[in-house]
Design a binder for this molecule. Structure first.
Ligand code: UDX
Length: 479
């Protein structure tokens, strides 16, 4: 099938690439010339500087100019196109509502092109990025305004998690398609032939509004799980003697009705979706006259989690950040991505600067280049205090404390780097519960402050002494 993908960001690029792999002819369109040039170069480094997804570059290199074409001009490829995927950036406004400016501009442009088609092949415009309930209907209105004929609208939300876009696209849990007519459902069935009647993949056909709502409820329920564990589980383990976080979560989630996903306590969930989607759903509920207390609490817990460890460092460990050097380990919102949208590290930097640190020694395996875009000293002269480091050890060098922010696998062996780089006493703030041998560090005089656990130190003045000491090898290993 001939398809067009509008917008080549984290949603559009993997989706377009996978569709081309399934044999469709894909025209991926973006107004950003730099992006399109990078993709057309076929060069790994240039592509990954735009979007870094494991396994994506080889597909682009293989399909480029065969089934996959990148362009900033779709005016002459729209003829004969059967499906147009809208994969545009829909940022949140301050009040939580969704800014549909990019979306509307693109929709109007496409509607003009569709209205001028010579042959009126049936075309379905499909919303792939997350848009408020009612946006498919709004799109239908734009098509009508332009007098577009023989076109339908659909919602086919993207459920992919970053870092797993390729494997998730090849083998999704479910494909949700919301459309109004059997004809349009049939066109999407043809497109997704590999998934229809699949033994494991749920292929769900419904109305556009239901599909839109499925995406919001799915994402906010996932964030609710995370906030439950961060706001309730972690708090209990931090404020009571002898609660072992890992045993707690295994015990609770052993019930097959309860998800294990979401029980990894952390310094808050980031990424482009969760924060934006929950704010949008709160807005949608309230603007239809409903309360949204549950979701407001979920959102607040998640935001609080992004900086509360710095406060604990003050009142539990007696650490004063003023004029100190802090190693910030991890900048991306999670491992295996260079994406920093809504990352806990963004709030960490603000909190540390507000507490008067002398320098922040930052290191991330993938997101260093990305970070320079967020921390431009021309926007805030205090960003001069950020030192970009080449490795964990480089970041730890000369620091007074470290803050582990992203769950990169390589940080599991951070203890060795700490021992090699800084002498005890030294404060380790672990936002991810990543150090399996933390008790050995504590015994050697390092102070350890983790999410989901009490502050540990052998220093008598600040010491917390567990009544029954924690085992040397904790069940953190292999979690
Ligand atoms: C999420 C949804 O998972 C996906 O279905 C949706 O399409 C987009 O939003 P993504 O943002 O890529 O995907 O990341 P995800 O892996 O879900 O993690 C989100 C954040 O939650 C990360 O910061 C992660 O570190 C954190 N997290 C996740 C936890 O803190 N604890 C957990 O148990 C799981």
């Amino acid at each position: 099938m001939k398809i067009v993908v509008v917008g080549t960001g984290y949603v559009g690029l993997p989706h377009g690439a996978i569709c081309s792999e399934y044999g469709h002819t894909v025209y991926a369109y973006d107004i950003n010339q730099e992006r399109i040039d990078a993709y057309n170069s076929g060069d790994r480094q240039q592509i990954e500087q735009q979007i870094n997804e494991p396994g994506l570059v080889p597909i682009i290199q293989e399909q480029l100019n065969r089934n996959l074409f990148f362009t900033t001009d779709i005016s002459d490829v729209i003829e004969g196109t059967e499906v147009i995927f809208m994969c545009l950036n829909t940022p949140p406004r301050r009040d939580g509502s969704t800014d549909l400016t990019y979306y509307t501009n693109a929709a109007n442009h496409i509607a003009e092109l569709l209205a001028a088609r010579k042959e009126q092949t049936r075309v379905v415009l499909v919303n792939k990025s997350t848009v408020p309930v009612g946006t498919a209907r709004y799109l239908e209105g734009i098509l009508k305004q332009h007098g577009v004929e023989n076109a339908g609208v659909a919602s086919n939300p993207e459920f992919l998690a970053q870092g797993k876009a390729v494997e998730g696209s090849r083998s999704p849990d479910r494909v949700v398609v919301g459309a109004d007519t059997e004809e349009d459902l049939g066109i999407l069935r043809k497109l997704y032939a590999a998934y229809v009647n699949h033994v494991r993949i749920r292929y769900i056909e419904t109305t556009p509004e239901t599909a839109e709502c499925i995406k919001y409820l799915g994402n906010t329920l996932l964030l609710t799980y995370i906030s439950f564990w961060n706001g309730i589980g972690a708090r209990m383990a931090e404020s009571h003697d002898n609660i072992r976080m890992e045993d707690l979560k295994v015990g609770v989630t052993a019930d097959s009705r309860i998800s294990t996903w979401g029980s990894y306590v952390s310094n808050g969930a980031g990424g482009s979706c969760f924060g934006k989607d929950i704010q949008s759903l709160i807005y949608q509920l309230k603007s239809s006259g409903n309360q949204a207390h549950l979701l407001e609490a979920v959102f607040d817990i998640n935001e609080y989690q992004k900086t509360y460890l710095f406060d604990r460092a003050g009142y539990e460990a007696g650490f004063n950040f003023n004029n100190k050097s802090v190693a910030l380990l991890g900048l991306a919102f999670k491992k295996r991505t260079n994406d920093m949208r809504d990352s806990a590290s963004l709030k960490a930097v603000q909190a540390l600067l507000a507490k008067g640190v002398k320098e922040i020694r930052a290191y991330d395996p993938l997101a260093m280049h990305e970070a320079t875009r967020y921390f431009d000293p021309e926007d805030n002269h205090l960003y001069d205090r950020i030192v970009y480091c080449e490795s964990e050890r480089d970041a730890l060098q000369g620091s007074d404390a470290c803050y582990l922010s992203t769950d990169w696998e390589e940080f599991r062996t951070l203890s060795a780097d700490i021992r090699a780089s800084v002498d005890a006493p030294y404060l380790i703030i672990d936002g991810r519960r990543m150090l399996p041998d933390y008790m050995a560090l504590v015994q050697d005089g390092y102070d350890y402050l983790p999410v989901g656990g009490q502050f540990l130190s052998i220093n008598e003045t600040k010491a917390y002494k567990p009544k029954n000491p924690l085992p040397k090898t904790s069940s953190l290993i292999g979690r």
